[in-house]
Design a protein around this ligand. Structure first.
Ligand SMILES: Cc1cc2nc3c(=O)[nH]c(=O)nc-3n(C[C@H](O)[C@H](O)[C@H](O)COP(=O)(O)OP(=O)(O)OC[C@H]3O[C@@H](n4cnc5c(N)ncnc54)[C@H](O)[C@@H]3O)c2cc1C
Length: 396
């Protein structure tokens, strides 16, 4: 760690850089918000109340959510309304990965509308040099039960086959548009009981569109004990079939759900035994991608300071340019600005996932951010401490 500071001047505790584009008023509002979110009981209560109030259009509910948690974690209610956020990030050399946050859609009509929104996102990205990539979820363009059933050996009915083919067609149209317009597509990873289907489709798209450059990226969840091996297998497959691997590395977002389901249904949990094993495989995954950077374009999608330091350190050790196009970093908008802004200031390729959508559409995402930031995970303590440190520094 110390040696790294000397070689790259990277210091994630530098709050002056981290919050340079925030006014005193904005900082105080962040302090208030993270303070509120640190109270577990309050978050549980207001999450439920907020979901209810926004869903049933209760007066003031939308405005209250919009002026607080939405403002912190989302770019805007539409692509155009997200432009000021995107431009502000870019002034600090931070790129944007667009993430249309609508969840829980189903039925052919709704899924088709979401696919159309993803394609609009690609067109928007193509005309914005600050937006190189959009991110998509397969559960947003296909029926969950089809993704799940496809993974089991049960045969699909004719109707199910039709629904599956429609989803593949939507995915193909999205990836083809990205290929034609020079934009990238991150395919998010989801629960293990549908991830095999997602991995197969991601491989198909990479084989089709990643021959000349990396357009499509699959996501590897290293909190699963089998995913480091899978990353290497995916790389071997890509090499043998003559395409480049796109690899977004995450730890994984569904740990409790995964463990509970495995226990309930009596199968071995796919999750690592402890955090240390997850961290070890995650960092090993970063190393592997870096060692094979000629045939893998990777993104360290993480708020973990050690992992970000490690990737920066490895880039320095191998004397590669900090902004090598195959070595990227990414954090969520509204979180870990100390990592994002300091990486950008040191010349690394770093982006924010900028979630956008109508307040009622992105509410489940906001509830997850609020829950993730409670005192239980410890993240809020870190965010709050950094904001407080900067307020103190400015007041000196
Ligand atoms: C840009 C971006 C994109 C993302 N995209 C996806 C995605 O497509 N799919 C997805 O699933 N997630 C995604 N995530 C979320 C990610 O998987 C993590 O949940 C989140 O980032 C926290 O992990 P971390 O690496 O930032 O930090 P850390 O705080 O260091 O790690 C926390 C994570 O470690 C793991 N962990 C914690 N305790 C244990 C334990 N006892 N045993 C084993 N493992 C443990 C869990 O995965 C937990 O989320 C994304 C995150 C970012 C920043």
């Amino acid at each position: 760690m110390e040696r790294l500071k000397e070689t790259t001047a990277l210091d994630f505790s530098n709050t002056e850089i981290a919050f340079a584009d925030k006014s005193d008023r904005e900082l105080k509002k962040m302090r208030w918000l993270f303070n509120m979110m640190s109270k577990q009981a309050l978050v549980n209560f207001t999450s439920k109340l907020g979901m209810f109030a926004v869903k049933y259009s209760l007066p003031f509910a939308k405005t209250a959510v919009k002026n607080t948690i939405f403002e912190q974690f989302c770019g805007g209610e539409s692509l155009l309304k997200s432009q000021p956020t995107i431009d502000k990030l870019y002034q600090s050399n931070i790129l944007t990965i667009l993430d249309y946050g609508a969840e829980g859609k189903s039925g052919e009509k709704e899924l088709e509308i979401v696919a159309g929104e993803f394609i609009r996102g690609i067109e928007f990205a193509a005309s914005n040099e600050s937006v190189p990539i959009i991110s998509i979820k397969l559960t947003a363009i296909g029926e969950n039960h089809i993704l799940i059933k496809k993974q089991t050996s049960e045969p699909l009915s004719d109707r199910e086959k039709h629904l599956y083919e429609q989803m593949v067609d939507r995915l193909d149209r999205i990836c083809r548009k990205a290929y034609e317009l020079g934009v990238g597509v991150f395919i998010d990873a989801e629960e293990s009981w549908m991830q095999v289907t997602i991995d197969e489709l991601a491989d198909q798209m990479m084989a089709k569109y990643n021959k000349e450059r990396v357009v499509v990226y699959n996501t590897f969840q290293l909190y699963r004990h089998d995913k480091l091996a899978f990353l290497k297998e995916s790389h071997e497959k890509a090499k043998s079939q003559g395409y480049m691997l796109g690899a977004k590395l995450v730890r994984g977002a569904y740990m409790e759900k995964e463990r509970e389901r495995a226990q309930e249904m009596g199968y071995e949990s796919p999750i690592q035994p402890d955090k240390q094993s997850t961290d070890q495989d995650y960092n090993e995954g970063l190393r592997y991608c870096l060692d094979h950077y000629e045939t893998i374009a990777s993104c360290a999608a993480t708020h973990n300071e050690r992992s970000c330091f490690l990737q920066a350190e490895l880039i320095g050790e191998r004397k590669m340019p900090n902004n090598h196009p195959h070595l990227n970093f990414c954090q969520l908008l509204g979180m870990s600005d100390n990592i994002t802004y300091n990486l950008a200031a040191a010349g690394y390729n770093v982006a924010k996932y900028v979630v956008y959508g109508k307040v009622n559409e992105v509410l489940p995402y906001l509830v997850r951010r609020a829950e993730e930031n409670t005192s239980v995970t410890g993240d809020v303590g870190r965010e709050l401490a950094l904001v407080q440190k900067e307020i103190n520094r400015r007041e000196q």
